[in-house]
Design a protein around this ligand. Structure first.
Ligand code: PGA
Length: 252
C-alpha cells in the first residue's frame, strides 16, 4: 500500500434530473451491503442536485464539477466554492477539459479555482491531459508538465488530487495502454514531488477517460494510479459499483 487513500470519483457532467438521484440511493445501498474497503468514493452530480445528493450520501462524498475563483461577486450564473461547500460538496473538479474547451479556462484560472476550493474547505480534483495531436507529436509529457506547473497551486490544502485525462480518451472508448498510463503517472509524480515536496509526492493521481467495468481492473492496478475519474460509466450505479469493486483495495 502507498499510504494514499484510493479515490474513485464519478463525473455526471450535464446529465441528471431529480429522478436520477435513485442511482445514488442504489449506490448508497450497495456500499452499505458491501463496504468498499479503503476506497473513497465521490459522486459529482450537476450543481442543481448537490444538496439533495448530499442529503442521501451514505458511504460516499459529493463533489461539484466547477467553481468560481472568487468567494462572491458580480458573476452572473457562477457558483463559489463556499456556496458549493454549503450545499454539501466536499470535492470540486477544476479544469476539466470540457471546461477548458467550452469556457476557455486556462491553467492560470484553474489554479485560482483550486486555491478558492481549498480555502473553502473543498478538495480540488485538478484535471490535466493532452490532445490526440499532442500525443501523436510526442508532446504528451511536456504538455501535461506545463499544465501541472500552471494549474496546480504551490500552496493550498494538503489533500491534492490530480486527474490525468487524455482529451482523446474522454467519451471515446479509447484509452492509453497500461504502460502509457504508468509512464505518465510516474512522470507526474516525479514532477509534483520535485516542485511541491511531500505534498506533491502524496498527491492522489487519478486516471480518467473511458474507464469502464471492462477495463477498470487493468487501469486501477497500474503503478501510481490512485483511482479514477469516471464519466459516462458513473451515471448508472451498477457500472460505477463494478468499477469500484475492480480496485485492488476494495474489500480489503
Ligand atoms: P468518460 O469521461 O469516462 O465518459 O470518458 C471521463 C471524464 O470526462 O471525466
Amino acid at each position: 500500500m502507498t499510504g494514499r487513500t484510493p479515490l474513485i470519483a464519478g463525473n455526471w457532467k450535464m446529465f441528471g434530473l431529480k429522478a436520477d438521484l435513485a442511482e445514488l440511493d442504489a449506490l448508497a445501498a450497495a456500499l452499505a451491503a458491501h463496504p468498499p474497503g479503503a476506497v473513497e468514493i465521490v459522486a459529482c452530480p450537476p450543481a442543481t442536485l448537490i444538496s439533495e445528493a448530499a442529503r442521501r450520501a451514505r458511504g460516499f462524498a459529493v463533489g461539484a464539477q466547477d467553481c468560481h475563483a472568487e468567494t462572491e461577486g458580480a458573476h452572473t450564473g457562477d457558483l463559489s466554492a463556499r456556496m458549493l461547500a454549503e450545499a454539501g460538496a466536499s470535492y470540486v473538479i477544476a479544469g476539466h477539459s470540457e471546461r477548458r474547451r467550452d469556457h476557455g479556462e486556462t491553467d492560470f484560472m484553474i489554479a485560482a479555482k483550486a486555491r478558492a476550493a481549498a480555502a473553502a474547505g473543498l478538495v480540488p480534483i485538478i484535471c490535466v491531459g493532452e490532445t490526440l495531436a499532442e500525443r501523436e507529436a510526442g508532446r504528451a509529457s511536456e504538455v501535461v508538465a506545463d499544465q501541472l506547473a500552471g494549474a496546480v497551486p504551490a500552496e493550498g490544502g494538503a489533500d491534492l488530487v490530480i486527474a490525468y485525462e487524455p482529451v482523446w480518451a474522454i467519451g471515446t472508448g479509447l484509452t492509453p495502454s497500461a504502460q502509457e498510463i504508468a509512464d505518465m503517472h510516474g512522470d507526474m509524480r516525479r514532477r509534483l514531488a520535485a516542485r511541491l515536496g511531500p505534498r506533491g509526492a502524496g498527491a492522489r493521481l487519478l486516471y480518467g477517460g473511458s474507464v469502464k467495468p471492462a477495463n477498470a481492473e487493468e487501469i486501477l492496478a497500474v503503478a501510481d494510479v490512485d483511482g479514477a475519474l469516471v464519466g459516462g460509466a458513473s451515471l448508472k450505479a451498477h457500472d460505477f459499483l463494478a468499477i469500484i469493486a475492480a480496485h485492488p483495495a476494495a474489500g480489503a
